[in-house]
Design a protein around this ligand. Structure first.
Ligand code: ADP
Ligand code: MG
Length: 316
């Protein structure tokens, strides 16, 4: 079978099925969430109340970025930012990073220094230590891969699983801007919602959370899949960024906003809490329904639509 037939999400599903039956007792969350969660001996000795979080994300030249559209500083910044977003989506905070670079000969020492300046800028802001990595030659294109470790108090851990029928679906920020800007990295910067994520986690009211790297609708689909529920998304509620279309807001991706679920009665409380502490806009975009009702979009006229398979998917 060709990769294009099942796509990135289908392939990960296959890998997950093959691996998840044989997990050890100290693996709390394996394949399928924004970060893996383990009960490491180190965290449990130092602090029995915390879990270790681990995530990794890779950027490939001409797939994720074009050199004429991004500086080396911004490339370093982005490579770390997308990983920080995944740690935040679990309710935790980042601590240590491993940085791997695959470089063709065209890259200069000065450019690598700039790349690290971008990483260090964000690392300093979040108190992350760069503790290692790997440096290799690449035949043609630049490859950047960061593995980020983090921590979370056990009672604050949020995963993609846990959404309950009757929960409201909320999102931070607005959607569609990167797509409207044709993903030109010079025009927008990844701002991971670390403070908002911690507020949501510490409130202990949310039932699930994900970061919206692959698009808003895709995020809801992932929560539904892991939580074994369905969803209704109200199209007239979706916060669309200036200049973007509804389709770009629904499927565009690269926003790194938070999508989370919370019992309906608590929705207003969490919105006010986040807005008071961060000024970040939070919007209710839908509700969680029974799995058998599926995932549907409701337009202004009450018409029920099925989500398109939009958004970026590798191999497709
Ligand atoms: P995100 O968009 O949040 O970074 P991904 O869509 O990249 O998440 O990955 C979803 C899940 O699949 C994660 O748990 C990730 O660790 C896992 N995953 C992705 N690729 C692989 C792989 N090649 N082998 C095992 N697990 C993988
Ligand atoms: Mg993610």
């Amino acid at each position: 079978m060709k990769l294009s037939q099942i796509g990135e999400f289908g392939l990960i599903e296959l890998l997950k099925k093959a691996e998840s039956g044989k997990l050890k007792a100290d693996t709390v969350v394996g394949i399928g969430d924004d970060a893996a969660v383990i009960q490491s001996p180190v965290t449990s000795r130092q602090s029995p109340v915390k879990y270790q979080l681990i995530t990794t994300d890779t950027l490939i030249e001409n797939i994720h970025f074009r050199l004429k559209e991004i500086s080396f500083f911004d490339l370093g910044y982005k490579a770390l930012a997308v990983n920080i977003s995944d740690i935040a989506a679990m309710g935790g905070w980042p601590t240590h990073a491993l940085v791997t670079i695959g470089l063709p000969k065209k890259v200069t020492v000065e450019q690598v220094k700039q790349f690290y300046a971008g990483i260090d800028f964000l690392a300093k802001r979040h108190g992350i230590d760069i503790i290692g990595g790997d440096t290799v030659a690449s035949p043609k294109e630049i490859v950047v891969s960061i593995t980020l470790l983090g921590e979370v108090e056990k009672e604050y851990l949020l995963t993609r699983a846990g959404a309950k029928v009757g929960d409201a679906i909320l999102v931070t920020g607005e959607f569609g801007e990167p797509a409207a800007l044709r993903f030109d990295s010079r025009k927008w910067k990844v701002e991971s919602r670390t403070r908002e994520a911690r507020i949501i986690a510490k409130s202990r009211m949310a039932t699930s959370m994900i970061d919206s790297s692959d698009g808003m609708v895709r995020s809801v689909i992932e929560i539904c899949k892991m939580s074994k529920v369905g969803a209704r998304i109200w199209l007239d509620s979706v916060p669309i960024a200036k200049g973007a279309t509804l389709d770009q807001a629904l499927y565009g991706g690269e926003e790194y906003e938070l999508v989370f679920t919370i019992p309906r009665a608590k929705a207003i409380e969490i919105m006010e809490l986040i807005q008071k502490k961060t000024k970040t806009k939070v919007t209710i975009v839908g509700e969680v329904v029974a799995r058998k009702r599926g995932i549907k979009l409701i337009d202004v006229h009450g018409k029920v639509l099925s989500p398109e398979s939009g958004g970026y998917e590798h191999f497709k």
